[in-house]
Ligand binder design. Structure first.
Ligand SMILES: [Zn+2]
Length: 139
């Protein structure tokens, strides 16, 4: 699809697998632990990212307090907004991993001001590495 001035729409990825692979790489460039967190979720089957018929819209990270490994649900179709959502939910996921060691589960459920600090900060920190998703040749 052509938008304005002859420019094509941005298409940061074309499959859920590509989104996962590039997200792991981008996170790993910020901090090795961040990339490993997403890689562990992939290994555990905790990344349900692809759009499919009947799947609810939106995206979220859900912490699993027993194992400490959260899962991410989203309905990704390859838009720039999907990339931001993955970075955001990945930030929540890293926060879930890091808070797993807290003594009481009640301590792991924090107010949105705290939770969104981790996720929105990940959006901003990861931008430096979005060249994984947007190369000159693909624009
Ligand atoms: Zn959030």
């Amino acid at each position: 699809m052509r938008l304005f001035r002859g420019k094509s729409e941005l298409k940061p990825f074309s499959s859920a697998e590509e989104l996962v692979t590039k997200s792991i790489k981008s996170f790993g460039m910020i901090d090795e632990y961040f990339g490993q967190a997403l890689a562990d979720m992939k290994e555990l089957g905790h990344l349900d990212l692809a759009s499919k018929p009947g799947k609810s819209p939106g995206g979220y990270n859900y912490p699993l307090y027993e194992s400490g490994a959260p899962f991410i649900f989203m309905n990704a179709v390859g838009t720039p907004r999907d990339l931001v959502t993955m970075m955001h939910e990945g930030g929540h996921a890293v926060h879930s991993f890091l808070s797993h060691g807290l003594e009481f589960s009640a301590f792991k459920s924090c107010p949105s001001e705290v939770a969104e600090l981790a996720s929105m900060s990940m959006e901003l920190m990861s931008m430096k590495h979005w060249d994984e998703f947007y190369s000159i040749g693909r624009l």
